[in-house]
Design a binder for this molecule. Structure first.
Ligand code: URA
Ligand code: SF4
Length: 206
């Protein structure tokens, strides 16, 4: 099968969040729909001030159809609460809407999206940005940063500052909560959480 260049043919021309949620299930903009259970669009209010953008749904998100309901989501939600970001004022989504993974026996192991997946899936994020029009987009990790800012980002050098993205949109880059989780067994977890919370506070103050 030949895949389309990107998701554009599937994005409704007069989008609303409910229309996007329904249309994304039929997207064939890249091959990731083939192995995933469903597409996962977003959770939250279209009036949100703050849009948080992750990488892609994980195993739990793919099963449940809602972003950030697995282990990384728990870390994120705790950090949001600590930063004073109320869930009512946020909109949670991902750069890529289908779960990319490798099978190892019964387990499905997360595999990071490639640049071509970020590019293919970008029309969905663009539609969400135009509907929600947040005061700030928080990029959780490098994939989200690439997708929102349209360029390669360096988390260490650019995190926690208000950056200007395409069309004058404010963006804040921080680490992905999964990267923070990985530190649990290696040390540095508490510091990483503190840094994530500090970056989210910067976003909350925009
Ligand atoms: N990681 C993400 O980037 N997004 C999710 O929705 C869950 C885990
Ligand atoms: Fe479409 Fe994005 Fe899913 Fe690819 S990952 S099929 S572009 S929704």
């Amino acid at each position: 099968m030949t895949d389309a260049a990107d998701a554009r043919p599937w994005v409704p021309s007069h989008p609303t969040v409910p229309r996007l949620k329904s249309a994304v299930q039929g997207c064939r903009g890249c091959e990731l729909w083939e192995d995933a259970s469903r597409a996962v669009l977003s959770h939250g209010s279209r009036d949100a001030r703050v849009m948080l953008v992750g990488e892609q749904p994980g195993d739990q998100e793919d099963r449940q159809g809602t972003p950030f309901v697995g282990p990384a989501g728990r870390v994120l939600k705790d950090a949001m609460a600590a930063a004073g970001l109320a869930t009512e004022e946020t909109y949670l989504t991902n750069a890529v809407k289908h779960f990319r993974f490798q099978r190892r026996g019964k387990r499905r192991i997360h595999e990071a999206p490639e640049l071509r997946h970020l590019v293919a899936c970008h029309p969905w994020l663009e539609a969400e940005l135009s509907i929600v029009d947040p005061d700030v987009a928080v990029c959780l990790g490098a994939s989200a940063g690439r997708s929102v800012l349209g360029r390669r980002v360096r988390i260490g050098a650019e995190r926690g500052e208000v950056l200007e993205g395409p069309e004058g949109r404010s963006a804040v880059i921080t680490t992905h909560p999964s990267a923070v989780l990985r530190l649990r067994s290696r040390g540095g977890y508490d510091e990483a959480i503190e840094e994530l919370v500090a970056d989210l506070r910067v976003a909350a103050s925009v």
